[in-house]
Design a protein. Structure first.
Length: 197
């Protein structure tokens, strides 16, 4: 990791901008390096990730790794895969028990600076609406379903995905094309990028 990237990561991990608005002590979670060729952009850490400090260290991460066709050792090798959520801290829970959206201040303050320091990734997985809207801008469709269904439009760099949460089981059942067509392409591209790395 370059000195400027390492310094920026230290700044992010020390960030307390939202401390007064969070129901817990801030704990920014990300994994980056100047060597990674693949980047996973998620929403924000959940409660389990907040407790461990390890991104996607939960059932959603298990499903995402299965979608990608890789194991935990490869997934957590920061020299191969960067993990950069839209919000670095767990935002807390809504009244229904689901995770709140990523804090907007996080992306506004850190995202551009961080991506200016990161390498040009060969593949960026955009997990969920927040990641898709920030990275694709006006190219994102009006819904997550429409954006994911149009995945070929964003290649070769971007590949939009739904969130791998169990809360999306019904979405996955309603859209069998995702498993039939997009997942094989996801695995093929992940394998190709990681072989080069």
């Amino acid at each position: 990791m370059s000195g400027s990237l390492a310094g920026l990561v230290d700044e992010i991990q020390a960030c307390r901008r939202c401390a007064d608005d969070l129901p817990h002590e801030p704990r920014p979670v990300l994994r980056v390096s100047s060597a990674a060729r693949l980047c996973i952009v998620g929403q924000a850490p959940g409660a389990r990730v907040h407790a461990t400090g390890i991104p996607f260290n939960d059932p959603s991460g298990d499903r995402l790794r299965a979608w990608m066709g890789i194991d935990r050792d490869v997934f957590y090798d920061a020299t191969r895969i960067a993990i950069v959520p839209m919000g670095f801290c767990f935002p807390g829970l809504d009244v229904g028990g689901g995770d709140l959206p990523p804090r907007k201040e996080c992306a506004a303050h850190w995202r551009r600076r961080l991506f200016d320091e990161l390498p040009d990734f060969d593949l960026i997985l955009l997990v969920g609406t927040y990641a898709q809207r920030w990275h694709l801008g006006e190219r994102a469709k009006c819904t997550l379903t429409a954006t994911v269904k149009a995945w070929k439009e964003y290649l070769p760099v971007y590949l939009p995905l739904p969130h791998p949460s169990w809360r999306n089981n019904a979405w996955l059942k309603r859209h069998p094309w995702f498993a039939a067509r997009l997942l094989p392409e996801l695995r093929r591209r992940v394998t190709k990028v990681l072989e080069v790395a």
